[in-house]
Design a protein. Structure first.
Lengths: 113, 113
């Protein structure tokens, strides 16, 4: 079992829906990340949480709203998404002292219809 | 100019072949370098770090040329199980432990019997 677990694995949602992606890590890490992987594009960093505080937001539209209630859990709340937001959303975690060694969850494949 | 550039492939090779992947990065301040492997519909996983002196892990050899801002991965005696997308990744440090992993789009490898 992976140390970083994401649910759901697959999600289909309409443009007017509200849904949330969940990420949980069992590795004792204190930094968590959301990445987006679209077809034929590199992984794009969306958000970084360090010790439960958001430290980076890479110009992500407000229709994506992250939440980090504790160091083990990370959410991505979605509302009024667009079809171009369809992608694989990957969560990762690491130690602050070793941010290069990030472990990824298996991702949520999101389709917006 | 893209931050991390890779030939997207696909590279279609027979079992037992030797295959080489190349990668260039645009920011000379990049500090650490990695190859990740991503299987179809799975998360990226760290394959190996890349050191200035070059390093080898079994059939895999990674090389770094800082002057040319060039990274390579050589796979010898390729196996069917090597079929995956190989992501070139650089670490940009912004100060302290803050930084980002910057991913290339990946090079797809397909090893045929």
């Amino acid at each position: 079992e992976t140390g970083v677990t994401q649910t759901p694995r697959h999600l289909v949602m309409g443009m007017t829906n509200k849904k949330s992606l969940k990420c949980e890590q069992h590795l004792g890490h204190n930094a968590m990340y959301w990445y987006k992987q679209s077809a034929k594009k590199p992984l794009e960093l969306m958000f970084v949480y360090s010790l439960e505080e958001r430290v980076e937001n890479n110009s992500v539209p407000s229709r994506f709203s992250p939440e980090c209630p504790n160091s083990s859990h990370l959410f991505l709340h979605l509302h009024t998404l667009q079809p171009e937001d369809s992608a694989l959303y990957l969560c990762a975690s690491s130690h602050l002292t070793n941010p290069l060694n990030a472990f990824f969850g298996q991702g949520t494949r999101l389709t917006v219809v | 100019r893209k931050e991390v550039e890779q030939d997207p492939g696909p590279f279609n090779v027979p079992e037992g072949a030797t295959v080489a992947f190349n990668c260039t990065y645009s920011n000379s301040a990049s500090q650490s370098f990695f190859w990740y492997r991503q299987d179809c519909r799975k998360e990226p996983k760290l394959l190996m770090s890349v050191y200035s002196s070059g390093n080898e892990d079994g059939r895999f050899t990674a090389q770094l040329n800082r002057a040319s801002q060039y990274i390579s991965l050589l796979i010898r005696d390729s196996k069917l199980s090597d079929s995956a997308t190989y992501l070139c990744v650089v670490w940009m440090n912004y100060g302290g432990s803050q930084g980002n992993l910057i991913f290339g789009k990946g090079t797809k490898l397909s090893v045929k019997p």
